[in-house]
Design a protein around this ligand. Structure first.
Ligand code: SME
Length: 169
């Protein structure tokens, strides 16, 4: 199987996210390994989405008070490794178990700058059978890059990812 990782223009976000979702389904359909799927999903998204500079996963490690997000597979510049639940955009999305869209990271108190070029960000929680697995984080060098269509599209991506991926025991 070969994947061309097309770079759509996303002029029609609804239809391009539908195409992206179909490609992700095809990419993950025969594989359930969490790390393998996160690696391929981040590569597909990084190639397909215009105007992004970081795409990747943070997974929840530890439990109770010790629970924190630890960086997983990603594309982009090296990133901060550990983020406390409740801190930064990623930790806020994890704590709320809800997508957080930040139009301007300079205006988000507590934003954690990994790549100084990032100006806007969207973080989608990964929920499997009611359990928080981690988050999907996408950054852009442009202010207000992510809108409602991106939120819907990336939440669908997150759903496809958790549906196909099994946490190793
Ligand atoms: N900006 C994120 C940290 C992760 S990096 O963007 C890859 C945050 O504030 O949680």
């Amino acid at each position: 199987m070969s994947f061309s990782s097309p770079r759509y223009d996303f002029a029609d976000k609804k239809s391009d996210y539908a195409r992206l979702a179909a490609e992700l389904e095809a990419l993950l359909e025969d594989e359930h390994d969490l790390i393998a799927n996160a690696a391929n999903a981040s590569a597909l998204l990084f190639e397909a989405l215009p105007d992004v500079n970081w795409v990747g996963f943070y997974f929840l490690r530890g439990s109770g008070q010790a629970a924190e997000l630890v960086v997983g597979p990603f594309q982009g510049k090296p990133a901060c490794v550990r983020i406390a639940v409740g801190k930064g955009v990623c930790g806020t999305a994890a704590a709320r178990r809800a997508t957080v869209v930040v139009p301007d990271v300079h205006e988000f108190p507590g934003h954690i700058a990994c790549d100084a070029a990032s100006r806007s960000e969207i973080v989608v929680p990964l929920i499997q059978d009611g359990e928080l697995l981690g988050v999907l984080d996408v950054d852009s060098p442009s202010v207000a890059r992510f809108d409602e269509a991106d939120r819907r599209g990336l939440e669908q991506v997150a759903t496809i990812f958790v549906t196909h991926s099994i946490v190793a025991s």
